[in-house]
Design a binder for this molecule. Sequence first.
Ligand SMILES: [Zn+2]
Length: 247
Amino acid sequence: MSLKIGLNLTRNYSINFSLPKRSKKLIKFIIIHYTGMKREGRAIKKLSDSKSNVSSHYFIKSNGELLNLVPDLYKAWHAGESSWRKLKSLNEYSIGIEISNPGHNHKYKKFSSKQIYSLIKLLRYLIKKYKIKKQNVLGHSDISPNRKKDPGEKFPWKKLASKNLCKWHNLRESRLKRYRNLKLAEKEEKVFFNNLYSLGYSKIFGKKYKNKKKNLISAFQRRFRQSLINGKIDQESLLISKNLLKS
Ligand SMILES: [Zn+2]
């Protein structure tokens, strides 16, 4: 079926969602994922299989086709253990979009331009309908940095930001590169982490996980410094974090 806004939607409902219906006002976030599976057909099956306990509201196939697996007003099961600001379990407050991509474990590849085209249309529609703030359009790794890498460093956040669909910095790459790998003073490291917490990254989450700081730095880099993900803070990462708080 086709929605008025030019969204070509195929309904292919999954039974993995929670009752009762939630209020429209609860929807404040959009969480973007990749499937992380070699075969697209299997990924769609899994998201609808009662034994898998996972689902998402939308699924974007490699050819750009858009499936609606769970109606927006029901809670789908895509985020798992997650947190952002003081919120935990983001499923409650979000719409989940899965994009077909084999992911880091199976030759992670570029998202197709047809996928991104469909995603842009879908984001415009959802942001308008639920009045979602652009800083609340997030990746799974932002809210689950210890467990997740998706949608990863090949995801075109900068392009989406140029269409005002998510947050990005306004620093020039040529300037930034001069700060790459430059060390930080201990004080500055603190500033960096505090900046991340101010942006929304959670410090309370994941006490049981190892390498928490490194995971958090990597999640930030996958999102905002995609050409080098090394889990180490440098002046470039610090500068980006400062700039993001200003914009
Ligand atoms: Zn995910």
